[in-house]
Ligand binder design. Structure first.
Ligand code: CMP
Length: 140
């Protein structure tokens, strides 16, 4: 058994609709443990830095504006194969392609307002966790 960690953001479309608890329950029911969690108002600099890999994409401005439009909940999730497990729980980026029972199928509004972000690899999980959390804030 390989216990690992991944990084998650509950996005503004979800916090605005009071879905934080419903989404956390889907993580927990799916076998992930919340080992760090904070509700923050992301700054423009944070959003631009976090999504820097997408800065040449046509939707970058829209993505940054959206991520700072309302509070978000940043979390570290722990469990067996946490990155892939969380991606399975979230479903496809575009809710139209997401499987039944996933967070995005159940709650996402569009490809942009898609309720959750999750790391796409263990390497990026480590980078993304360090972007928002200090080591002593992770309490498993
Ligand atoms: P996320 O996992 O947070 O990583 C990058 C985000 O860009 C992605 O989820 C989507 O919400 C967003 N995104 C991807 N494609 C588009 C698009 N065509 N238009 C708007 N946002 C997009």
């Amino acid at each position: 058994m390989t216990v690992s960690r991944t990084f998650s953001i509950i996005k503004p479309d979800a916090t605005r609709r009071n879905l934080t608890g419903a989404i956390v329950k889907m993580f927990e029911d799916g076998g992930l443990r919340i080992v760090a969690s904070k509700r923050i108002q992301m700054t423009r600099a944070q959003a631009e830095g976090f999504y820097g890999v997408h800065k040449e994409r046509p939707f970058f401005g829209e993505l940054v504006d959206f991520m700072i439009s309302e509070p978000v909940v940043v979390q570290v999730l722990e469990g067996e194969n946490a990155v892939t497990r969380n991606r399975d729980i979230m479903g496809a980026t575009n809710p139209e392609d997401a499987d039944e029972g996933t967070v995005r199928k159940s709650h996402a509004l569009s490809i942009g307002e898609n309720s959750v972000h999750g790391s796409d690899s263990a390497e990026n999980a480590a980078i993304e966790i360090a972007f928002f959390f200090k080591e002593d804030e992770l309490v498993g």
